[in-house]
Design a protein around this ligand. Structure first.
Ligand code: 13P
Ligand code: G3H
Ligand code: NA
Ligand code: ZN
Length: 324
């Protein structure tokens, strides 16, 4: 069954633990994530990132998808997730990740998402608040949880390139919660999206702890979210490279660092890249083992893309799931 994310956030804060939140784009990823959580008897947070919705709708240059195409993608993936959620006995959260277009965010709420992120982190503080508040008003009326973001992550945040990171100001966190009534807030504290997080990254525990202490002092009930938290397992990187890949400088967040901040209000930890690394490795292995692929099959189509644009995999650090 589907449940609002707020129920899990409250439990996590109370118990000083965190839930993982996993980016999914295809039936196989949805099924795998649910199956693993079933074995742990844990609820699962499945999230769909806005910029991939055009891809889900089948548009190859998905970054240029129109609102209509994105909504089409939302309908496809939410139908898959709802069907799988009906089949399992563990609670499932259907969450929109990095929502930018407020019309798309509202469409997700109408479509039955139980949680949405409105990412106004690229906006000036007051505009971020206004945008977030508008979504909160729309969502809360329907029992839908909302995540906001304050501060900008380094690396490829969404599809823009940020050369540096703009850490979250812990002194602004309470004001943001108060003025928007968001349920949880993504903070920028040294993590980044993608597989090139830096060789010896040290996250700023201080920012998480100071945000949490301020929230406690001001009696604000809310949760913090850690984005860009993939660990980038080296066995996957080496596996990809030994199968013809060319991933340079692929390093993740040392898991110990994330575990250390969890007791300080971090209730949700986002992971996308690690999943795509695993998929990429398996796709490369498949093509290495299977040399005679029918050019006209859907698998043949994927092979053609890889042959023509090997950089697509390596630069993006994953093969966007254009197969299945
Ligand atoms: P990674 O790129 O570290 O997996 O981060 C995922 C994320 O924050 C999605 O919003
Ligand atoms: O699926 C999307 C990701 O989780 C976020 O993007 O990891 O490619 O930066 P990225
Ligand atoms: Na952002
Ligand atoms: Zn993110």
């Amino acid at each position: 069954p589907l449940i609002p994310m707020k129920l899990l956030l409250d439990k996590a804060i109370e118990g000083k633990f965190a839930y993982g939140a996993f980016n999914v784009h295809t039936t196989n990823e949805v099924k795998a994530a649910i199956e693993i959580h079933e074995t742990f008897r844990s609820p699962v947070i499945l999230q769909v990132i806005e910029f991939a919705t055009g891809f889900i709708a089948g548009r190859k240059d998905f970054l240029k998808a129109t609102l209509e195409e994105k909504i089409e993608g939302i309908k496809i993936i939410s139908k898959i997730i709802k069907e799988e959620a009906d089949k399992t006995d563990i609670p499932v959260v259907l969450h929109l990740d990095h929502g930018h277009d407020k019309e798309l965010v509202k469409a997700c709420i109408d479509e039955g998402f139980t949680s949405v992120m409105i990412d106004g982190s690229y906006l000036p503080f007051e505009e971020n608040i206004a945008l977030t508040k508008e979504i909160v008003d729309y969502a809360h009326e329907k029992g839908v949880t909302v995540e906001g973001e304050l501060g900008v992550l380094a690396g490829r945040e969404d599809n823009a390139n940020h050369s540096g990171s703009l850490y979250t100001d812990p002194n602004k966190v309470c004001e943001f919660f108060k003025k928007t009534s968001v349920d949880c807030l993504a903070i920028s504290y040294g993590t980044s999206h993608g597989a090139a997080k830096g060789k010896d990254v040290v996250i700023s525990k201080e920012i998480a702890i100071a945000s949490y202490e301020n929230m406690k002092f001001n009696k604000i009930k809310g949760a913090l979210v850690s984005h860009g938290s993939s660990t980038v397992p080296q066995y996957l990187v080496e596996g990809i490279n030994s199968l013809g890949g060319n991933l340079n400088n692929a390093h993740g967040i040392p898991i110990e660092q994330v575990l250390e901040v969890i007791p300080y209000g971090i209730a949700k930890i986002n992971v996308g890249t690690d999943i795509r690394l695993a998929i990429t490795r398996n796709v490369r292995e498949y093509f290495n083992k299977n040399k005679n692929i029918d050019e006209n099959s859907s698998v043949g189509e994927v092979k053609k893309i890889i042959d023509e644009r090997p950089d697509l995999i390596d630069e993006r650090v994953y093969l966007y799931p254009m197969y299945e």
